[in-house]
Design a protein. Sequence first.
Length: 125
Amino acid sequence: MNGVFLTWPELAFAAALIVSVYALELLLFFLKSRRTRRVPIDLSIELQQLREQTQSLRSELDIIREQLRSPQTAVAEQAVTETAYSQALKLAQQGLDSSAVAAGCGISRGEAELIVALYRASLRP
C-alpha cells in the first residue's frame, strides 16, 4: 500500500480538530438563530411602547378637541379664577395674612402673598 499512514496521536488530533470545527459551527448556528429570534421580541416590545404612546397622545388630543369645541369651559374656568382672586382680595381687606388667604380661596401661597402685598401697598398714601 502506497498511502499516507497516520500515527494514532496524529489521527486523534485530526479527529479532535474535526469535532472542534463542527462544535464551533453548531455554536454559531445557535447564536445566529437566537439573535434572529430576539429581534422580533425587541421589535414587539418597541411596538407595544409605540402603541401606548399613540393611545396617550390620542387621549390628550381628544381632551384638546373637546376644549376647543366648548368655549364655555374656558369662560367658566376664567370666572372661577376671577372669583377666587376677588375672594382673596376680600380676605386681604379683612386683614388676613397670605397663608389664610391662600387656604380660604384655594390659590397658591405666592398668589396670595402678591394680592395681600398689593392691597397693603394700595393703602399707603
